[in-house]
Structure formats: structure tokens, C-alpha cells
Design a protein around this ligand. Structure first.
Ligand code: UGY
Ligand code: MN
Length: 262
């Protein structure tokens, strides 16, 4: 199918409100609702629309994208490169093959692929699969490389790091393991909870809103965020979140950690 004839998802703003967007791109942060993120088509992926949310072009030191894989589509062939990756299934089912061993990933299933892992992905249906992808060059510090991890959200412990009722972390990667140069965490907020302080830190974030809605303070500005929105927070961007509405809100958060400045 020619890319231009592929279906464009309807926007989530009032009909007739042309030119309105919650999206913004600033020096040290960006907010991107899904409806305005344009499609890319990549040589290594067939029948797959790639919607880039973050990339070095934005100022980020990682790349993040939603892959919309048509039934039967996926990687053209198995490949490997020097990047480490997360693939997290948002919707649908895929068969993942790593070094010749196949596994099935359903919604909330994920894989951490260490650098140089040879992998392929196929949407086994029914329907489209939506997969969140994060990739970046791995920063080695002379320790053995991190292990391949294939798991699912349901198997992760919900940890309350601050003793605040209703606010939890789920760590997709082993927490505190110095071999890893990134954290991938799902943070959940029951109504009424929030961080204790506005945080400002050297690490950057890629945030994908999985559930609910809320208000995000980014630098000096408040932004309303909804399910499926993306936020990039650059280094030292002041940040605070509180959920709105009656449901728990949750987001998947990339963070670069465990490495000195270079
Ligand atoms: O771990 C974090 O840096 C996290 N508390 N930041 C965030 O949710 N924006
Ligand atoms: Mn943070």
C-alpha cells in the first residue's frame, strides 16, 4: 500500500478547531499528543508506520517511537546493531525472535534487547499491533553487557519508594544494576498523589502516558496530558505531575542513569 493511502487516525480535538494543539516543543522539553505525529517508513520494517516522538534531532540522546505494525508486518529480516532497545507492546500481539528463539508478546509484554542482540518482530494478529520502541547507544563501563529481558507488566512488583499511599514504581529493568545505563519504570499515581517536590535532575526522560490524565509542570509551564501523549524532558528540566480525574494515572518513563558525565 502506498504510504499516502494509509489511514490517518482521527484527531482528538473538536471538529472545526483547526490549528489548535496541546503540543509544544521547547528547548528543554516537548509535549506531543499522538494525533499530530507524522508517519515514517523505514527500510528494516515492512507494513509498519513509525511515529517518532524523540530523536537526537529534538535534543534527546535517545530515540523513541510508536510502531504501528499491520497484521503480518514487522521487521523485513532479523538484524542487530550496537543499540540497546526496549520494545513494549501497547496493543495487539507480536512474535519476537531473539537469536533464533521465538516468544509471544501480548499487551504489556516487553523485551529489553542488549546491544548486538539479533532480533526480528512479526505481528501475529488479529489486527494492528502498536509497539513502543526506545533505542540508544549503550554506554559501556567495562562490566559484562546487560542480559536480555523478556517479561510482562503483570509480573513486576509494584514498589512504593516513598511511603506515599497510592504512588508506585514498576521497574522493567533490574533496579540498581550498574550494568544498565537506563531505567525503564512505570509510575502510577492514584487520585490526590503527586511527587513531594518539583524535581530537577541531570537525567532526561521519555514519557509515554499509559493510563489516565493529569497536569504536568515542565520548566515554568503547566500542560494537560492524556493517555497516549508523549513528553520529552531534557536534562535539568524542572518537573512535577499530579493526576486529575477519578482513575489512577500511569506512565512509562525512560531515564538515563548510572553513568558519570563525559
Ligand atoms: O524518577 C524520576 O525521575 C521521576 N520521578 N520523574 C518523573 O516522573 N518525571
Ligand atoms: Mn524525573
Amino acid at each position: 500500500m502506498h504510504p499516502s493511502s494509509m489511514k490517518v487516525k482521527p484527531g482528538r480535538i473538536a471538529p472545526g478547531a483547526f490549528g489548535h494543539t496541546r503540543g509544544t516543543v521547547k528547548r528543554n522539553y516537548a509535549v506531543m499528543p499522538p494525533e499530530g505525529i507524522m508517519d515514517s517508513y523505514l527500510p528494516r520494517w515492512e507494513r509498519t508506520v513509525v511515529r517518532f516522538q524523540a530523536a537526537p534531532q529534538l535534543g534527546a540522546r535517545f530515540a523513541q517511537a510508536v510502531l504501528e505494525i499491520a497484521e503480518g508486518g514487522g521487521t523485513r529480516e532479523a538484524f542487530s546493531d550496537e543499540l540497546e532497545r526496549l520494545l513494549y507492546v501497547l496493543e495487539g500481539s507480536v512474535e519476537l525472535t531473539v537469536e533464533g528463539i521465538a516468544s509471544r508478546l501480548d499487551p504489556e509484554g516487553y523485551v529489553y534487547l542488549p546491544p548486538n542482540a539479533k532480533f526480528s518482530v512479526r505481528n501475529i494478529g488479529p489486527g494492528e499491533a502498536r509497539v513502543l520502541g526506545i533505542k540508544k547507544p549503550y554506554v559501556s563501563i567495562g562490566l559484562p553487557p546487560p542480559d536480555l529481558i523478556i517479561s510482562k507488566r503483570n509480573d513486576l512488583e509494584k514498589i512504593n519508594h516513598n511511603g506515599t499511599e497510592g504512588r508506585t514504581w514498576e521497574h522493567l529493568l533490574p533496579y540498581g544494576d550498574m550494568r544498565f545505563d537506563m531505567e525503564l519504570n512505570i509510575l502510577s499515581f492514584a487520585p490526590g498523589t503527586h511527587f513531594p517536590d518539583v524535581e530537577t535532575h541531570i537525567m532526561e526522560h521519555g514519557l509515554y502516558m499509559l493510563e489516565g490524565q493529569g497536569m504536568y509542570l515542565l520548566d515554568q509551564d503547566w500542560h494537560e496530558v492524556w493517555k497516549d501523549d508523549f513528553i520529552w524532558m531534557g536534562p535539568f528540566c524542572p518537573q512535577l505531575f499530579y493526576p486529575t480525574g477519578w482513575e489512577t494515572s500511569a506512565y512509562l518513563l525512560y531515564k538515563d542513569v548510572n553513568r558519570d558525565v563525559s
